[in-house]
Design a protein around this ligand. Structure first.
Ligand code: C2E
Ligand code: CA
Ligand code: CA
Length: 295
């Protein structure tokens, strides 16, 4: 599937996107990852999440990349849309989930000092719609003897609005299994507050546009304050995404945000480096300074 992708949404407003993930012309023609999962070409990177105050390492978010044999590491924004269109996303999701649970098992077998409380895995609507999604999740957890609460599933708002009935059923099945549930990119979709109130969501992840917007205007700050207040009223924990500067962290702390994730602390780490982090080497985290010097 040919796609025209000059910049990924992620890179468009990023002051310092990692070089290794820079888009190339080649990736434009290669957006369809057919068979990549079965050829073992997917790799999972782990971005640490830290608890405030005190920046205590708590968990990871699993983020997939396609290690193309010729073109190198391809970021997810370049191939997930095609994978969703072709259905390949179901296999991709399965590989990401299994890899994450396998790493959890390895870290716990190695008696890691900083064992993550959970790994958070992204799921797209097409995966969730599949009736076998929850049985597969249960099977993977059983295969590696990992408790369900070591996995968190991240679902974007738009997923919850399309097919709301199936999605609500799926969320309840996952909740019954015991996995944690997070709503991803909160604020960017067409969230219906009515739906939000009826769903068994544990965590609200606030999109980085709001984190940055908070410093741009009083209204931006008011939106952030109202959103964290909403999460608290609904008894959800809050994770702020895309935190890049000390000032952002300070304000988020003042607003009572529970956890943070972003280049200020670390970009996503390859598995070997994530392993060093969980084994107690805090220096394995890989912060990325914003090019504009921070505000
Ligand atoms: P997302 O779930 O919102 O993931 C966060 C994205 O923001 C990641 O991009 C991460 O590298 C980037 N990021 C983290 N901290 C910062 C920061 O401080 N500043 C900036 N500018 N960016 C930051 P990545 O890894 O390229 O992933 C892009 C999207 O691809 C993800 O957005 C998610 O929607 C999707 N994705 C990744 N892995 C999977 C997967 O296994 N399954 C599915 N269905 N989607 C996935
Ligand atoms: Ca996510
Ligand atoms: Ca997100």
């Amino acid at each position: 599937m040919a796609m025209v992708l000059a910049q990924t949404p992620d890179q468009a407003d990023s002051p310092a996107a990692p070089l290794q993930e820079a888009p190339s012309l080649a990736t434009v023609a290669l957006a369809d990852p057919a068979g990549a999962a079965d050829r073992g070409e997917l790799v999972v990177h782990y971005q640490p999440t830290y608890r405030l105050p005190g920046q205590v390492f708590t968990a990871f978010e699993a983020l997939v990349r396609w290690q193309h044999p010729v073109f190198g590491l391809i970021p997810p924004a370049h191939f997930i849309p095609a994978a969703e269109a072709s259905g390949e996303i179901v296999r991709i999701g399965e590989v990401v989930l299994e890899t994450s649970v396998r790493h959890l098992r390895e870290w716990s077998d190695a008696r890691a000092r900083e064992l993550p409380a959970y790994v958070s895995v992204n799921a797209s609507a097409i995966e969730l719609r599949h009736p076998s999604y929850v049985p597969r999740l249960r099977g993977i957890l059983a295969a590696y003897a990992q408790p369900a609460d070591r996995i968190q599933i991240e679902i974007t708002e738009s997923v919850l609005v399309d097919d709301a009935d199936i999605m609500i059923e799926r969320l309840h099945e996952m909740k019954a299994l015991g996995v944690r549930l997070a709503i991803d990119d909160f604020g960017t979709g067409y969230s219906s507050l009515r739906y939000l109130a009826t769903m068994p969501i544990d965590v609200m992840k606030i999109d980085r546009a709001f984190v940055h917007g908070m410093l741009e205007s009083q209204r931006g700050f008011a939106v952030m304050r109202a959103t964290t207040g909403l999460a608290r009223a609904l008894e959800m924990k809050v994770i702020a995404e895309g935190v890049e500067t000390e000032r952002e962290e300070w304000l988020l702390g003042a607003l009572g945000v529970d956890m943070v994730q972003g280049y200020r602390y670390s970009r996503p780490l390859e598995a070997s480096r994530a392993t060093r982090l969980v084994m107690g080497d805090a220096g394995a985290a890989d912060p990325l300074q914003p090019a504009y010097g921070g505000k």
